[in-house]
Write a protein that binds this ligand. Structure first.
Ligand SMILES: [Zn+2]
Length: 377
């Protein structure tokens, strides 16, 4: 792996904000701040051709974010009114948050993968019982009630999601972004979210990787609604897919640009393999355990005690995704939860009170479709 965004990395190491940079012909990267996040910023990309100007991942919806985006557009010789379209790699608020405001300012279109549209629709269909359902899910994960009360979705969170822009255009795998004079092709990479897209800029051989592949950290892979399949299995397949773009420069949505996608993919595959083995070792050591107990025993880069708030929620979702993966491989099983009680995982054949061979296939708290909130980036 070779870092190409050296000014971005220097800024990262200095805890500073990176500059707006031209990252290719008629293509700029613009750091848009994320409030109260260790990630600090989203790298928004501006891609121009003729009269067209597409913004990829406008960033988090704050006034400071809007000003940063406007400053980036100005550096590229444009203004928000000149934007003709917006593509989001996925609907997380650090990517899709500003899309609605930007569309209002420019009158352009918003594009995303159909599965991201479906995720937005799922949020819209939630009723007033969303918090109750969420608390029930956390209980099945074994999260103590007092902790769950601080992690469950709130009306405020739901309102922020509902305020985000619905798409005008859907991009499937292989589709070209509507930007005449430029070939920017959608590459569907489910895993971090069900409809995550990378974008391949063909003439410059650049791959905008969104959150799918980042140079330093591993994106959160948690249970999500509307997934075509288990998220970790999808993510691992999507990693193999982008390894084929090894000659392309990677333009991620956080941190810094780099070359060496196949190398980075190998590291990420190894990371998840280690994670699965860590889960197995925990279960071998302590016997049957809940998602919450396993989450607390996994190793976290800053230590479990420093994983707080939504990061803690994402950690639970990530552990649940690994449990689901291991259950699908037949390596572990889950005891059926007593009505409303926590579900326990164990190595296959070691579940107390169950005959070997009939251990149920756990799916990470057994209620994947209900889990809508586990994310960090
Ligand atoms: Zn992100």
């Amino acid at each position: 792996m070779r870092v190409t965004g050296t000014a971005q990395r220097d800024a990262w190491l200095a805890h500073a904000f990176p500059p707006v940079e031209q990252a290719g012909p008629d293509l700029w990267s613009v750091p848009v701040p994320i409030p109260d996040s260790p990630l600090r910023y989203t790298l928004t990309y501006l891609v121009a051709a003729g009269d067209g100007l597409v913004v990829v991942d406008p960033g988090w919806d704050t006034e400071a974010g809007w000003q940063a985006l406007a400053a980036g557009l100005k550096a590229a010789g444009a203004s928000p009114a000149d934007v003709t379209g917006i593509v989001v790699t996925h609907i997380h608020p650090d990517h899709h948050g500003l899309s609605a405001r930007l569309r209002d300012a420019c009158g352009g279109w918003v594009a995303m993968h159909p599965a991201e549209r479906d995720s937005l629709s799922a949020f819209r269909s939630l009723d007033g019982d969303a918090r109750r359902d969420d608390l029930a899910w956390l209980r099945r994960c074994g999260v103590p009630d007092d902790v769950a009360a601080g992690l469950a979705v709130t009306g405020e969170m739901l309102a922020a999601v509902l305020a985000m822009a619905k798409p005008d255009i859907l991009l499937d795998h292989g589709d070209l972004v509507p930007l005449p004079g430029r070939r920017l092709r959608a590459v569907w990479t489910p895993g971090h979210t069900p409809g995550h897209l990378c974008l391949h800029e063909e003439s410059g051989n650049l791959l905008l990787t969104g959150d799918h592949v980042l140079p330093r950290i591993s994106p959160n892979i948690g249970l999500q609604p509307n997934a075509a399949g288990p998220p970790l299995a999808a993510y691992l397949r999507s990693l193999e897919l982008v390894a084929a773009y090894d000659q392309a420069e990677a333009l991620p949505a956080h941190e810094y640009r780099f070359h060496g996608l196949a190398d980075r993919v190998r590291m990420l595959l190894a990371h998840h393999e280690r994670r699965c083995e860590e889960v197995i070792a925990i279960l071998a050591r302590r016997g049957p355990a809940t998602v919450w107990q396993i989450t607390g025993e996994l190793s976290w880069s800053r230590g479990w005690a420093s994983v707080t708030g939504f990061m803690r929620r994402a950690a639970i979702a990530e552990a649940a995704a690994h449990l689901r993966h291991l259950a699908d491989q037949g390596r572990i099983g889950a005891t059926a939860a007593a009505a409303g009680g926590p579900e326990r995982y164990s190595l296959r054949g070691e579940t107390p009170g169950r005959r070997p061979g009939i251990v149920s296939r756990g799916d990470g708290c057994g209620h994947r479709a209900r889990h809508r909130w586990g994310r960090t980036i």
